[in-house]
Design a protein around this ligand. Structure first.
Ligand SMILES: Cc1cc2nc3c(=O)[nH]c(=O)nc-3n(C[C@H](O)[C@H](O)[C@H](O)COP(=O)(O)O)c2cc1C
Ligand code: SF4
Length: 416
């Protein structure tokens, strides 16, 4: 029943970062050598053929993004690795940075070749600043060995990477807020268009991708797109890193092929609910994801299966919640998080989270108004459709999924 594998994570514990010699011994930098031996166009075609989709949450096709990015010209083009990983319950990027920083950085250099980027930035969340030394040492070792800097591996590619440590705000994981914060402004999202591919950091063309996406690029170029597409499903090729957490016996980061069912993840890899208790629901994709009751355990983890239900895999977090949790307490914690993290720029998100908390409080205290069930859904839907950015749009996802899948738990059982 266990379906763990090691493709993106193949280098874990096989070398001691930042040791580039050890990394070379296990096949490190062969992807970069292959990429540099071919044209940027060939590289983009390989990533397109792999079907890789961005692992930061929005699942935008990476090859398509690289092709669009390559089309923009300019004296400076930025490439940013988004290591903000602020989504509660998500910790797979941290593992990649800790256990295989050279694999992540190699993916950034490969991508720079594909899109013609001149400067790289790794945006590290403040809570991961203990990794700064390791990343700086890895960059220094790569520079020393000719994998970064001017004329990489004797070719025409000039590209270097610096690390920027964020100040610890969830909204700064959103691509344009992240860029604003690097520019020294408050972390608030920008209007789109213009898209960052055209006008991003300092209004220069900028590609922003997730840590796991860059690790995926390294693995795909090293082994070939056909090895990657040999795993997963036709619509969701490859593997996904899962952050398994909550009331589960074996929490951790696991790599699974797409198509693995939630049951295989929770009951197989995770060895079931902690303490032998019953499962109440799983929350997929972090705090901005839906709550799925146990009937969903047979559902495969794939973009197509989730999209068919109007759901998203998000960051790939799987939070296991057992029978002892009151769903209203859970939803209150979700709303409190978003109230705290809302940047305040737009009304639906700034006010909506507060209003949801007010109604939840009445419901939890048993003094809900007859209009509260309708109002809470109306506010949640207003946030979903009218918020300015993804934070406000996804803040009510847990609530709306609970209303959809467990109405008796929220309303009926409480006489509403
Ligand atoms: C509120 C919010 C927070 C986000 N946080 C992250 C994050 O921590 N890491 C990340 O890679 N993407 C995050 N994203 C998605 C990014 O905006 C962007 O889509 C992603 O970095 C692109 O990389 P990808 O194509 O590799 O997925 C967030 C989006 C929103 C709306
Ligand atoms: S939805 Fe609006 S208030 Fe909320 S984080 Fe985005 S811009 Fe800021």
């Amino acid at each position: 029943m266990k379906k763990e594998m090691a493709l993106i994570t193949e280098n874990f514990l096989r070398y001691g970062p930042p040791d580039t010699a050890g990394y070379l011994e296990i096949g490190g930098f062969t992807g970069l050598e292959k990429a540099l031996a071919g044209s940027p166009e060939e590289l983009v075609r390989t990533i397109e053929a792999s079907g890789l989709r961005g692992r930061g949450g929005a699942a935008y096709p990476t090859g398509k993004k690289m092709r669009q990015s390559a089309a923009y010209e300019g004296d400076t083009k930025y490439l940013i690795c988004n290591a903000d990983e602020g989504e509660p319950g998500t910790f797979k990027d941290r593992e990649l940075l800790e256990k295989d920083p050279l694999g992540v950085l190699e993916g950034m250099v490969i991508a720079a070749h594909g899109v013609g980027a001149t400067q790289g930035i790794l945006y590290l969340r403040e809570e991961y600043s203990h990794l700064l030394g390791l990343l700086e040492d890895s960059l220094a070792a790569m520079r020393q060995d000719g994998y970064l800097g001017r004329g990489i591996l004797g070719g025409p590619l000039d590209f270097d990477i610096t690390v920027f440590v964020g100040a610890g705000a969830y909204i700064c994981g959103e691509g344009t807020s992240l860029i604003e914060s690097i520019e020294g402004k408050p972390g608030r999202p920008r209007n789109k268009p213009p898209y960052t591919k055209a006008q991003g950091l300092f209004m220069k063309p900028t590609l922003v991708s997730n840590v796991e996406t860059f690790s995926g690029i390294t693995a795909i170029v090293r082994h070939g797109a056909e090895v990657f597409t040999g795993y997963g499903t036709p619509m969701s090729p490859g593997t996904k890193l899962i952050s398994l957490c909550g009331n589960v016996n074996r929490p951790g980061t696991y790599e699974v092929p797409f198509g693995t069912t939630l049951e295989e993840i929770v009951m197989g890899i995770g060895e079931g609910v902690a303490g032998g208790r019953a499962l109440k629901f799983v929350q997929i994709g972090g705090i901005s994801g839906p709550l799925l009751p146990k009937e969903f355990l047979k559902m495969p983890l794939s973009y197509e299966a989730f999209e068919k239900e109007g759901l998203s895999i998000g960051s790939g977090a799987v939070l296991v919640v057992d029978e002892t949790t009151d769903i209203l307490d859970f939803l209150d914690a979700v709303a409190a998080f978003f109230k705290h993290e809302s940047c305040g720029k737009c009304t639906p998100c700034r006010e909506g989270n507060r209003q949801i908390m007010n109604i939840l409080k009445r419901m939890r205290e048993g003094v809900a108004l007859p209009s509260d069930p309708e109002n809470i859904q109306r506010i949640a839907n207003t946030m979903k459709y009218a918020s300015f950015c993804g934070l406000g749009k996804t803040a009510p996802t847990a609530l709306l999924s609970a209303v959809r899948y467990c109405p008796e738990e929220i309303f009926t059982r409480r006489g509403l």
